[in-house]
Write a protein that binds this ligand. Sequence first.
Ligand SMILES: *Cc1c(COP(=O)(O)O)cnc(C)c1O
Length: 312
Amino acid sequence: MDNLLMDNLLTQPVDYPSFIQHLPKKDRTAQAPEADVLRLDRLHPVISGNKWFKLKGHLRQAHLSPDPAILTFGGAWSNHLVATAFAAKQLGLRAMGIIRGERPSKLSATLEDAAAYGMSLIFISREEYARKEQTDYLDELSSTYPGVYIIPEGGGGEAGILGSEDILRGINAAIYTHILCAIGTGTTFLGLVRGSSPGQQIIGVPVLKGFDTLEAIDKDHILSPELRSRCRLLPDFHFGGYARHPQQLLDFMNHFYRETGIPTDIVYTGKLFYALEQGLSQSLFPAHSRLLIIHSGGLQGNQSLPPGKLDF
Ligand SMILES: *Cc1c(COP(=O)(O)O)cnc(C)c1O
């Protein structure tokens, strides 16, 4: 499985239909919704889930330059950062990570991993970090690190959205009526919407408090009115905000693992599957719906928990 991705780091699509797992139905009536999980968490242990799809276009572009180097952004528990560091190492690209906040006396496990893969870590203040999408700031970075290819936080931007469209291309996606995913930056969600078919509904579960409207997520207005009509957000499952994880969420994640064997994380997919379970029990989906839930991978955030909190 690892080699499947490594051999194809810059090509696509990988052949992953076998990563679809059917969820047992609680309501066994014939018209009750059927739910499948696309286990992108099984793509690769480090470049897991959606991260590869978001990165591949960026990596391909960076790879074209004569002295390829990439620079990207992240926080202490960023799945994106460690995925980028690993991919860069595999491809022989130099990598720099701009990290939000002061260098801590002890690096998080994620940052340790990124550094071990050879990424240089550059710590900047939260104020400076807030400028990470401003043109003048990006110009400053480009002149400080000439020739570097800058990947937006989370692997966003057009290349990231385009790569995410491919998530649905490798499988028989047309059979699904609803496609569900977690929303961090929204890059994956926008790609899924663009890669969807007319009549499908793409349901996003925002994991940040206050970043939960289509206006905020599609701030560059890349979706046509018809594509916007395919979108639906379930904004009530952030559990207090980014990476917040009350005991209720941990209990759910353990229970879900026992029932399905599917590990989830406290930042993204735990909240996504919780929203799914609530949606199913509250009859959110019409009779005969077929749901596809994108397991976007990334179990990094769980490393911030004290041992023993999770059964997996
Ligand atoms: C990074 C990440 C996301 C967020 O994806 P966006 O494209 O930024 O919305 C979702 N799930 C997991 C597991 C992630 O690591």
